[in-house]
Design a protein around this ligand. Structure first.
Ligand code: DAH
Length: 354
């Protein structure tokens, strides 16, 4: 047994000088000190040693174990230091190297205008309501006082949808009329008035669709609708609000004017111009020499529309307005080709960093 102990001591010495890594060390440690390791086995074998030899042998064995533990502890410290040093060297960062460039995004001009409009109108107390892009004839036309034979319903303007190709919720669309892609955000007015009693003050932004496609028209574009219904609302309220809006979006010197127009859902209806913010009204290319730029359609909500939504037109009146977001973006940013807004060319888009 004593020889064996000497032998193990030598083995430990030899093994320790060979250890290179923590994993190495673990293995060697297990080999000697593990449950079934050499030293532990010797300790177990003590049972078979004659009783009188046990105390002295026990001492030697304990000394061996202590020797092994100390040797392993000291080598462990060295290895850990070495490994840490190696890791630091490997993970060292050269702070003088040029960094990786990350391209930062920009908002689409439409998004910027949409955000700006929402911010301006919410400052006046408007709430945002977003209606569905798939509508039916009732919300998009009939309820907006647009009769069956109105040219706006012509197949050439409106994308109709084969209802059999869709899974839809009946209670949202009802059974009134064919499904279509909404041609105007005005449809949202009806949905709001059906569900809310006046006072109403909503803003309804969103995409609209028309089967139009040329240099100045896209089959999909965006609109922003506004609706105010309350007791005693007049055209003067509309004009005052538009003045405020025009100044905020195009500049404080800008004036507005109303021209008579026609929309089935408003009476009277107006076309709203702003004085040219490019030339101040003297006449330039932007305003085609007129000093004025058309920006939106508006009017007093037709009493038939109010009635249809269960709002008593003898008690309540209201005004509505609708504008094209692309048009406002083009005017405000001086974009001369609408296609640029739909092509997604980053060279164009990155110019609009907010
Ligand atoms: N819906 C109209 C369009 O698509 C725009 C419009 C005009 C909306 C007058 C209105 C309005 O609310 O009062 O051209």
């Amino acid at each position: 047994m004593k020889d064996k102990i000497k032998e193990i001591e030598k083995q430990i010495d030899a093994a320790v000088s060979d250890i290179q890594t923590s994993k190495n060390l673990m293995e060697i440690k297990m080999k000697f000190l593990g449950k079934t390791g050499e030293i532990s086995t010797l300790m177990k074998n003590m049972r078979d040693v004659p009783a009188e030899e046990r105390p002295s042998l026990g001492k030697v064995l304990n000394a061996l174990r202590q020797f092994a533990e100390e040797r392993f502890a000291s080598i462990e410290e060295k290895i850990k230091k070495a490994e840490l040093k190696k890791r630091y060297a490997e993970e060292k960062i050269d702070v003088t190297m040029p960094g990786k460039e990350t391209a930062d995004g920009a908002y689409h001009p439409n998004t910027l205008i949409r955000q700006e409009l929402i911010s301006i109108f919410s400052g006046m107390g408007f709430e945002v309501f977003e209606g569905p892009e798939i509508e039916n004839e009732y919300y998009n036309f009939t309820a907006l006082n647009t009769p069956d034979d109105h040219p706006a319903r012509d197949m050439q303007d409106t994308f109709y949808i084969d209802a059999n190709t869709l899974v839809i919720e009946d209670e949202y669309y009802g059974e009134t009329g064919n499904l279509l892609l909404r041609t105007q955000t005005s449809a949202g007015q009806i949905r709001v008035m059906e569900n809310k009693k006046p006072p109403i003050k909503i803003l309804s932004p969103g995409k609209v669709y028309r089967s139009d496609d040329d240099a100045t028209h896209s089959p999909m574009f965006s609109q922003m609708e506004g609706l105010v219904v309350d007791k005693g609302i007049t055209l003067c309220d509309l004009k005052g609000m538009l003045d405020e809006f025009a100044k905020k979006i195009f500049g404080s010197g800008v004036k507005t004017r109303l021209r008579p127009s026609y929309f089935p859902f408003t009476e009277p209806s107006v076309e709203v111009d702003v004085s040219c913010f490019e030339c101040g009204g003297k006449g330039c290319r932007l305003c085609k020499g007129t000093g004025w730029i058309e920006v939106l359609g508006a009017g007093m909500v037709n009493r038939r529309v109010l009635e249809g939504c269960g709002v008593d037109p003898d008690v309540y009146t209201g005004f509505a307005f609708g504008m094209g977001i692309e048009r406002i973006a083009m005017l405000k940013y001086g974009i001369n080709n609408m296609k640029l807004l739909f092509e997604g060319d980053v060279r164009f888009l990155k110019q609009f960093k907010a």
